[in-house]
Design a protein around this ligand. Structure first.
Ligand code: SF4
Length: 319
C-alpha cells in the first residue's frame, strides 16, 4: 500500500442554497507506504485525522486529491467492478463491534454476510468458512446461531475479526480495535491479530491512541497532527530518537510502569489552542502549541523531510 499526498477536505456549507463556504481539512497531504505483511501504527490526538486516513484507504470517502496504490493499482484509475473486488481484500475492524453487528442477525449471518454479498461459495461452503473463522479467532463454532448481545465485548471483537477474515483480505485497517476492551482481553485480541499476520501475511494499518500498544504491534509509526503526518519512522527509531516536539509531548504522556523511570521522565504539558481544521492558516499546524516555534514556523509549512533511511520529520528545527 502506497499513499501519496492524500487529502480529504470535507465541504462546509451555509445558507439556503448550501453554498460551500469552506472545508474541514481532515487529512491534508499525507504520504506513507506499508510493505506487505507489515504494520503501520498511526497515533495522534482525537481529531488528528487518523480514522479518516483509514476510511480513505478503504474508499469509504471520495478523496479530495492524492493517490492510493494497492497491489500495484492506483485506486483512482480502477473500474467500479475492479474496485468492488478489491474492497473485499481491504477490510476494517472498528472500536465498537456491537455497533457494527446487526442485533437481529445471528453470528453465522454476520460473519457470512460479506461472502454472500460478494457471491463467495455456496451456502454450505459459507457455513464451513464461518466455522473455520470462528475456530481461528478462538470462538466456539457451536455458538454461531447466537446473537451479538449473548457475547461479551472481547468475544464480539473476535466476531468482527472473523467477519473481516471471511473475505480473505490482504489489508486490514484496525481502528482503535482494543480501546473499549479490558486490558487482559486487549492482549488476547492483539495476540490473535499477530498470529493471523504471521499465518496469512496480512498488512495492517493500526490506528490507536495507545502508544504502548502501537509500539508493541507496529513496524513503522506515523504521528498525525491536525490532518498532517508530522513524524514517520521505523518503530524503534521513533521511540528511541523522537524528534518532532509534538511526538515528544505525546510520548511523555505515556504512563511509565517502572517507578524510578517514571520519576525521571518529565511530562510535557502542551499549552495553547489547536487551530481550526477549517482555517489552520499558513505555517506549521503545531505552531500555536510549540515551545520551539520561530518566525519561519508562522509562514512556512514544514514538509516531511528524510532524516535517515528510517526516519522522516516535518519540522523547521531539522532543516
Ligand atoms: Fe515547532 Fe516550528 Fe517545528 Fe512546527 S516547525 S514543530 S512550530 S519548531
Amino acid at each position: 500500500m502506497v499513499v501519496q499526498d492524500l487529502k480529504m477536505h470535507f465541504p462546509v456549507t451555509a445558507g439556503l442554497l448550501k453554498r460551500q463556504v469552506g472545508a474541514v481539512k481532515a487529512v491534508d497531504g499525507v504520504s506513507f507506504s506499508i510493505k506487505r505483511g507489515q504494520t503501520l501504527g498511526i497515533v495522534g490526538e482525537s481529531g488528528s485525522g487518523k480514522s479518516t486516513v483509514g476510511n480513505c484507504l478503504l474508499q469509504r470517502y471520495k478523496i479530495t486529491s492524492g493517490d492510493i496504490f494497492f497491489e500495484g493499482h492506483n485506486l483512482k484509475d480502477v473500474t467500479k467492478h475492479a474496485l468492488r473486488s478489491m474492497r473485499k481484500q481491504m477490510q476494517m475492524i472498528t472500536q465498537d463491534p456491537f455497533a457494527s453487528l446487526d442485533p437481529r442477525m445471528d453470528i453465522q449471518g454476520a460473519i457470512s454476510e460479506g461472502m454472500r454479498i460478494h457471491h463467495m461459495g455456496t451456502a454450505k461452503e459459507r457455513e464451513e468458512t464461518v466455522v473455520r473463522m470462528m475456530e481461528m479467532v478462538g470462538l466456539n463454532p457451536q455458538f454461531r446461531h447466537r446473537f451479538p448481545h449473548e457475547f461479551s465485548g472481547g468475544q464480539r471483537q473476535r466476531i468482527s475479526i472473523a467477519r473481516a477474515l471471511a473475505l480473505q483480505p490482504t489489508f486490514i485497517v484496525c481502528d482503535e480495535v482494543v480501546s473499549a476492551l479490558d486490558v487482559s482481553i486487549q492482549a488476547q485480541v492483539i495476540n490473535i491479530l499477530e498470529d493471523l499476520q504471521d499465518k496469512f501475511n496480512f498488512t495492517y494499518l493500526f490506528i490507536s491512541h495507545d502508544l504502548a500498544m502501537v509500539r508493541h504491534i507496529s513496524d513503522q509509526v506515523g504521528v498525525m497532527y491536525l490532518g498532517n503526518l508530522v513524524e514517520y519512522a521505523e518503530v524503534n527509531e521513533l521511540y528511541d530518537n523522537m524528534m518532532h516536539p509534538y511526538t515528544k509531548a505525546l510520548i511523555s504522556a505515556e504512563p511509565v510502569a517502572d517507578p524510578d523511570k517514571a520519576e525521571a521522565s518529565q511530562r510535557i504539558v502542551l499549552q495553547g489552542d489547536v487551530p481550526s481544521p477549517i482555517n489552520p492558516g499558513p505555517g506549521c499546524p503545531f505552531r500555536s502549541r510549540c515551545q520551539y516555534a520561530k518566525e519561519v514556523c508562522a509562514c512556512e509549512k514544514p514538509e516531511l523531510k528524510k532524516i535517515n533511511e528510517k526516519h522522516f520529520v516535518a519540522c523547521h528545527l531539522f532543516e
